[in-house]
Structure formats: structure tokens, C-alpha cells
Ligand binder design. Structure first.
Ligand code: OAD
Length: 248
């Protein structure tokens, strides 16, 4: 493990364009639930019943009651952890340019990263399903469910539900950045949801090193990643940053 931390610090020091792809795993230590595996949201709910656009259109009040309301309570009070802060530190050190995240919790921006591509949209804003007016989530009154726009339309998170397209600019820029970087850190994602999981493949095919940080193996581990540093994002990021500070 120590050897891999050193290796990652050396690879970061040698790289000139570093990007990161992150998933729910990096936010677990901030109290945000992940999706798959033990304790994941999809253990409690069938995503097709609760996180599919058809479910939202059919019965927004139900989706608000079961999923969105709880997410709002959690996200409103969440703070970045050392995993997010480590990536922000890498940007501050001039090492990391862009974070591509599948997360909708805004914690990379809260930690200090300035170029964050929100691949699955954001939970920071709600938008009216009728007139598209946007409201900051933290200011939305949820005493009545579902909350409504001043036009009377129902509000929904400005995030991607299953069955919806990835925002085109996020997809386009992510592909561009993945094909342009020479090192991609892949932190806390099960790498099973497309097209996000394709970004490390694009990076690898374009000649970049791919370094995974995850307590478990993923479909990328054998085929795509140069190496996997097994562990939680906070601990591993702290150790990589400390090592990088020693050698740079
Ligand atoms: P998942 O819940 O699928 O995967 C979380 C990953 O985090 C797993 O690989 C875990 O092993 C890992 N993990 C657990 N604890 C960790 C820790 N302390 N530090 C680092 N990693 C840890 O989440 P995603 O890969 O983000 O999409 O899921 C991708 C997409 O599926 C989400 O964006 C969401 C979901 O359905 C939409 O809602 C559109």
C-alpha cells in the first residue's frame, strides 16, 4: 500500500494534465448515501420505481416523499470530507485541473475545486417542470410536497434521472478532457453506469495512466486501471497529498 501511495505521488508529480472522475464513494464520509452494495440506496429502493424519469412524471409527490425530501435534508447539511479536500488541494498545488463528478451534492465546489463537471446534473438547484425557472434547493420550502414554482408547476431536482440524457455540454467536455489528460484519478465509483464509466476508458485509450482509489475492485480494475489503491477516499487522498508535498 505504501508503495502505491508513493507511486501515485510520483505519477502525479510527473503528469502535466490530471483529471479526476468521482462517484458516490467519495461522499460517503460526508454522510451522503451511495447507491450500490451494502447500505446503498438501491438496496432500499428499486431505482426504476423511484429514480426513473417515468416515475417522477407519473407521481412527483411520491418521488419527493420517498427520495428527494430525504436527499434535501442530507445534502443541505453535508460538508466536504478529506477526500474532497484532497482533490481541492491537488488543484491548489497546480496538479489537478478538472473534476468530472457523477455526484450531485456540490461538495467538490464546497471543498474548493473550481472546474467541476457535473455529469449527472446538480441537486443544488430545483427547476420547474412547466416553465423551467430555477430555485436554489436550500431555499425551497418543503412544508408542502411536492414544492411548486410561482407559476404553479412542480419543482424537480436539476439532476439526471434514469431514462434522461446526460447534459450534452457535460458529456462533450468530459470526453474532451478524458482524451486530453495524462493521468486520471478514479475515486469512489463502482464504474458500472454509462456513459460516465467510459471516461477512464477514453483516458486510457488516449495514453493516460488511470489510478483508482476504492476499497473494492471495479470492472475497471483489471482491464483499464494501471493500479488500484484500496481504501477510503479520505485516508488515501490525505496520504497521497502528504507524499506529493514531500517530493514537490
Ligand atoms: P455506487 O454506489 O455505484 O458506487 C460507490 C463506490 O464507492 C463503490 O465502488 C464502493 O466500493 C466505493 N466506496 C465505498 N466507500 C468508499 C470510500 N470511503 N471511499 C471511496 N470509495 C468508496 O456510486 P457511483 O459509482 O457514483 O446516477 O454510481 C454511479 C451512478 O449510479 C450515480 O451517479 C447515480 C447512480 O444511479 C444517477 O442517479 C443518474
Amino acid at each position: 500500500m505504501d508503495d502505491l501511495i508513493k507511486q501515485a505521488a510520483e505519477d502525479l508529480a510527473a503528469a502535466s494534465k490530471v483529471t479526476a472522475l468521482t462517484g458516490a464513494g467519495i461522499s460517503i464520509e460526508s454522510g451522503i448515501p451511495h447507491f450500490r452494495g451494502k447500505g446503498g440506496l438501491w438496496e432500499r429502493f428499486d431505482p426504476m420505481e423511484i429514480a426513473h424519469i417515468d416515475a417522477l412524471m407519473r407521481d412527483p409527490a411520491r418521488v419527493w416523499t420517498i427520495l428527494i425530501k430525504e436527499m434535501k435534508e442530507i445534502v443541505d447539511s453535508a460538508n466536504p470530507n478529506d477526500g474532497h479536500k484532497g482533490l481541492a488541494k491537488l488543484e491548489e498545488m497546480g496538479k489537478l485541473e478538472t473534476v468530472i463528478t457523477q455526484n450531485i451534492d456540490g461538495l467538490h465546489q464546497a471543498a474548493g475545486n473550481t472546474d467541476v463537471i457535473e455529469f449527472h446534473g446538480t441537486f443544488a438547484w430545483q427547476r420547474c417542470m412547466d416553465c423551467s425557472q430555477k430555485y436554489e434547493t436550500r431555499n425551497v420550502d418543503i412544508s408542502e410536497i411536492p414544492p411548486r414554482c410561482s407559476c404553479g408547476g412542480i419543482l424537480r431536482p436539476d439532476a439526471v434521472f434514469f431514462g434522461e440524457m446526460i447534459p450534452q455540454d457535460a458529456l462533450w467536455r468530459s470526453r474532451q478532457i478524458a482524451s486530453d489528460c495524462d493521468l486520471m484519478l478514479v475515486v469512489g465509483t463502482s464504474a458500472v453506469v454509462q456513459p460516465a464509466a467510459l471516461m477512464p476508458v477514453v483516458a486510457k485509450e488516449s495514453g493516460a495512466k488511470v489510478v483508482e482509489i476504492n476499497p473494492e475492485r471495479t470492472p475497471l480494475t483489471d482491464e483499464i486501471s494501471d493500479y488500484l489503491i484500496m481504501g477510503g477516499a479520505s485516508d488515501i487522498m490525505n496520504r497521497i497529498v502528504a507524499e506529493l508535498e514531500k517530493i514537490s
